[in-house]
Ligand binder design. Structure first.
Ligand code: FSO
Ligand code: SF4
Length: 531
């Protein structure tokens, strides 16, 4: 196996024996095989135009290969079979065979055969130039990240023909050995553009369905009673859990990236949505062992479960782990039954933290914010966000937030916020110094806030007293970076380390065009930003 798609890539280069994430070589080969199949399908899908079944499958297939989503070999084998069926259907609709070896793809009938084929289809088999391979990887990871957001939007009934056409065009392009470096750079930038549409689509789907988030205090302690802990990013699934547990004497807690759910009026109205439990995804093994109720994941980031809680752990949607019970569809009664069987949590009130500062809430007090900037009460904004992870170097983000001067405001999003969201930051004239904008996809909201501030100050986003200090882990962070590049946003500091799939030449290109750079020390970075 060889996989280098996330920040945990072994030795900073890639996992080649087994994934640091827990991905075994058979699953890695099957994921590579599925991606090859999706490219084969895309060659025909690009020809025939929009087909809802094929487009939906493409999104699910790509999202299944994102880090910490699907570790279940037979499940991925099933996706490969389905991919082939759809490819044959698309080929029939196209009415002609495409002259490209990838278009001829046919999977073996059994899992062992599919694994053997997958071993022949590792990343970037179409090009030998390492810079082209690097940019194709950026594009592929961008597509995977964008697929994750599109999946949530599709679950809420949204789609976009232009975006779906781009998915198929870009996947098909990766098989074209006549394309050069700048073609793939162009496709990567277009991926960033399309992802802005997708994040906007998801944002509207969320706010149309559940209302605009409002600032909300979230309890970090526990309430006496039976409980279900929900981890992941999908709000519709959270709503279903809340509906189906209503009146059953079960309290529902958010974990990780579900925290912003508390801010949505359509979800916070459920009085049994009682609090947030634990920290970011990488702490799940210790924290789930201590949570006595049922636990369910609706997206990444799942890790190898400890025996102590496997029995009360469930997966839903595209996330899967071998031996963990999977809920297909929308009937959560097995999870509810398990929660009722499990011991109750004790009454143990704790700290409260704030969430719900989406663009609607922040721009609702825009005048106050603008006045505070004009009067000098707010000197600078920092966007400190992105993914959390296990590396000790991620303490940088805690230290950064702690050292941010008292006349600065920190906006945050995604699971990286758990590095500092329990610290006390106070406020500036009633404006909290720490604003939790939401999930990683709510980067859309952060962009809206930045654009509105730039409009108010009649300048560009790059001219605002705003610095972005981002942490990355998996492919959703890749596509968000592409979106920020598409918007021309410069001077982003990225950590804890730079991606293994970026070659020195590609890095130079990004530095020259966007002045993106690795985090150094908090003191040096802060001085440069405030300088
Ligand atoms: Fe975190 Fe995991 Fe939201 Fe990612 S929970 S690391 S970027 O899946 O998606 O922020
Ligand atoms: Fe390694 Fe990350 Fe790939 Fe897992 S997803 S195999 S940790 S590079």
């Amino acid at each position: 196996m060889f996989c280098n798609q996330c920040e945990q890539a072994a030795n900073g280069t890639g996992c080649n024996i087994s994934g640091v994430c827990g991905k075994k070589p058979d699953v890695a080969a099957l994921q590579d095989h599925l991606l090859y199949g999706l490219k084969s399908l895309a060659l025909y899908a690009d020809k025939i135009g929009r087909n809802a079944e094929i487009d939906r499958f493409t999104i699910e297939g790509l999202f299944s290969t994102v880090t910490n989503v699907d570790f279940d070999a037979p499940r991925i084998g099933g996706l490969i079979k389905r991919c082939y069926e759809l490819k044959e259907k698309a080929k029939a609709a196209a009415g002609t065979a495409i002259a490209n070896p990838v278009a001829d793809w046919k999977p073996a009938d059994d899992l062992a055969g599919m694994i053997a084929q997958g071993e022949q289809h590792g990343i970037n088999t179409q090009h030998v130039n390492e810079d082209i391979r690097s940019v194709i990887e950026i594009l592929m990871y961008g597509l995977k990240g964008m697929a994750a957001y599109m999946d949530h939007a599709m679950i809420l009934g949204r789609t976009d023909d232009e975006v779906m056409a781009f998915f198929q065009k870009a996947l098909a392009a990766t098989t074209d050995s006549s394309l050069g470096l700048m073609d793939f750079v162009g496709l990567s930038m277009e991926c960033g553009k399309q992802n802005l549409t997708v994040m906007g689509l998801l944002n509207t789907a969320h706010t149309d369905t559940y209302g605009h988030p409002v600032p909300t205090a979230v309890q970090l302690g526990t309430k006496a009673g039976k409980a279900i802990l929900v981890s992941g990013h999908d709000l519709k699934m959270m709503e279903e859990i809340l509906k189906q547990t209503e009146g059953k004497g079960i309290n529902v807690y958010t974990h990780g990236e579900m925290l912003p759910a508390h801010g949505y009026p359509g979800l916070k109205k459920y009085s049994h949505l009682v609090g947030n439990y634990g920290g970011a995804w990488q702490d799940q093994a210790q924290e789930f062992a201590k949570f006595p109720g049922a636990i369910i994941f609706n997206t990444n980031c799942i890790q190898k479960p400890a025996d102590s809680y496997t029995d009360r752990l469930y997966t839903w949607g595209l996330v899967a782990w071998p031996g963990v019970k999977h809920i297909d569809g929308w009937d959560f009664s097995p999870v509810i039954a398990k929660a009722l069987e499990c011991p109750a949590l004790p009454e143990n009130p704790g700290q409260e933290i704030l969430t719900g500062f989406g663009h609607n809430a922040v721009l609702g007090v825009a005048d106050k914010v603008i006045d505070a900037v004009k009067s000098g009460a707010i000197k600078h904004f920092f966007l400190v966000g992105g993914c959390d992870g296990a590396k000790s170097g991620r303490n940088y983000y805690t230290e950064f937030a702690e050292k941010a001067p008292k006349d600065t405001v920190i906006m945050t999003l995604a699971c990286g916020k758990y590095r500092f969201n329990k610290l006390e930051f106070g406020d500036i004239g009633g404006i909290p110094r720490l604003l939790d904008i939401g999930q990683c996809n709510d980067a859309y909201s952060a962009i809206q806030i930045a654009v509105a501030l730039a409009g108010a100050f009649k300048c560009g986003v790059n001219d605002l007293p705003l610095s972005m200090v981002l942490s990355w882990y998996e492919q959703k962070a890749v596509v968000i970076l592409l979106t920020l590049f598409h918007l021309g946003i410069k001077n982003i500091k990225l950590g804890p380390t730079l991606p293994a799939f970026i070659t020195p030449n590609v890095l130079n290109f990004l530095v020259e065009n966007f002045n993106v750079g690795p985090i150094t020390t908090v003191d040096a970075d802060m001085k440069a930003m405030l300088g």
